[in-house]
Design a protein around this ligand. Structure first.
Ligand code: GUN
Ligand code: ZN
Length: 445
């Protein structure tokens, strides 16, 4: 781990949110300083304001890193991603259940070996940081070694990460199955080792209803009750074939959401990937529980799972919290910028709007709040951890060319999500330390 200099000051065009523009409106939510400085000491934001004011107060002593004319924002956050699926991206031609069997399970089998999981963790975290993602909620494989490798590498880099080993005890290859007892014990041991250590949190991770027996879901619920500050992450109502299988396996549950409810897995710390095919009753249950629906647009398009209904999720009569995520390896980009570009298109397919400010809110402050980390990350406020991304809206010839017709910041943000990806990321700061990996060359075959 690199030691941060005691104090750094980042100068650029600052942008962050103090509220949700979708509900509070732009003026009450957006903070934008055209020439601003963020002062960071010991990894924490100490001050943030117009450059002239900060400079007048600080005198000459401030070591400034000048990022003008680029945008300086809170680090991007990915609310749902699978660590052992980096080599399962771009697996051709299948819907969810077949894709899991044919492509994902064989790949996840390899993560029982630390010698495989450790270098994979380095690649995975490099890829997140290259894309400006400073925090993610991560599914590991069923093997505790995979979580161990990821947590250790994240601790080495001082990253804020939420992760857990998946619990799965049926409908998968035997070598990928634990048991209700083993899943509980191994998860509890990982919680003891990693939850609250450095900047890490453990997420209790029953994979989904199809791969867990009732006894295992019972055990996952017991674990959640024993560790009420641990988030719970799983998948819900992603594909129609999946829902039919859940109905067969849990005939007594009225619907898919009811399965998680029955086992105590639906609460304000529950992160539910996908939520595409949901009844009104199910949305109501998520609303009452304060649970989070995680919108994974590139994944949903890639697998043909369906179109997330953002307006339905946010129905003011029973609003449900929404996060956004890549869902690598069904997702097709590590970039949260590209992910929001696809989220926009999914909303358009449903005749809905997702404006650029709302998109940037979702991948910063919105996702921070969804992960229960809103007091730590997601905004450029004094006291917050200095996880920061520097974005260049003119990073490529096509982006610069487009912005010759710029109408202001909103055009720049929309160009970033429509045309941008890791090429737009100039720097990624982790607690004030520059951490964007450099000189990553693809290895020769
Ligand atoms: N449902 C259960 N497991 C998975 C997974 O790994 N990816 C996706 N997209 N959906 C799932
Ligand atoms: Zn997933």
């Amino acid at each position: 781990m690199r030691t941060p200099p005691a104090t750094v000051a980042l100068r650029g065009r600052l942008l962050w949110f103090i509220d949700d523009p979708a509900t509070a409106g732009e003026a009450a939510s957006l903070r934008q300083i055209e020439d601003g400085i963020v002062v960071v000491a010991d990894g924490i934001i100490r001050a943030c304001g117009p450059a002239d004011e900060i400079l007048a107060r600080a005198g000459d002593g401030l070591a400034i890193i000048d990022h003008r004319p680029h945008l300086v924002l809170p680090g991007l956050i990915d609310a749902h991603i699978h660590f052992p699926q980096t080599r399962a991206i771009a697996a051709y031609g299948a819907e969810l259940l077949e894709w899991l069997e044919r492509h994902v399970f064989p790949e996840e089998l390899r993560y029982g070996e630390s010698a495989h999981a450790e270098p994979a963790a380095r690649f995975f975290l490099d890829e997140l940081l290259a894309n400006g993602t400073t925090t993610a909620a991560v599914f590991c494989s069923v093997h505790p070694q995979s979580a161990e490798a990821l947590f250790a590498e994240a601790a080495r880099r001082n990253l804020r990460l939420v992760a857990g080993k998946v619990m799965m005890d049926r409908n998968a290859p035997a070598a990928l199955c634990d048991t209700p007892e083993r899943g509980y014990e191994e998860s509890a041991a990982l919680i003891g080792r990693w939850h609250g250590r450095a900047r890490l949190r453990y997420a209790i991770s029953p994979r989904f209803a199809i791969t867990s027996s009732p006894a295992q879901l019972e055990a996952a619920g017991a674990l959640a009750r024993a560790h009420p500050d641990c988030p719970v992450q799983t998948h819900l109502a992603e594909s129609l074939a999946e829902i039919r299988a859940v109905r067969r396996l849990f005939a007594e549950a009225g619907d898919y959401t009811g399965v998680y409810e029955r086992f105590g897995l639906l609460g304000p710390k529950s992160l539910l990937g996908h939520c595409i095919h949901m009844s009104e009753r199910e949305w109501g249950a998520l609303n009452r529980a304060g649970a989070v629906a995680v919108f994974c647009p590139t994944s949903n398009l890639f697998l043909g799972s369906g179109l997330f209904d953002l307006a339905q999720a946010r129905d003011p009569a029973r609003p449900v919290r929404v996060a956004v995520a890549t869902d690598i390896g069904a997702g097709t980009s590590y970039s949260m910028l590209a992910t929001m570009g696809e989220a926009y298109k999914v909303c358009r397919m449903r005749g809905q709007a997702l404006d650029p400010l709302a998109a940037f809110h979702m991948m910063t402050r919105g996702n921070a709040m969804a992960l229960g980390l809103g007091d730590r990350i997601g905004a450029l406020e004094p006291g917050r951890e200095a996880d920061i991304v520097v974005l260049d809206p003119r990073a490529t010839p096509a982006m610069a060319h487009r912005l010759e017709r710029a109408g202001g910041i909103v055009d720049e943000l929309f160009t970033l999500i429509t045309l941008g990806d890791e090429r737009a990321v100039r720097e990624t700061y982790v607690m004030g330390v520059p951490s964007k990996p450099r000189d990553r060359r693809p290895r020769a075959a």
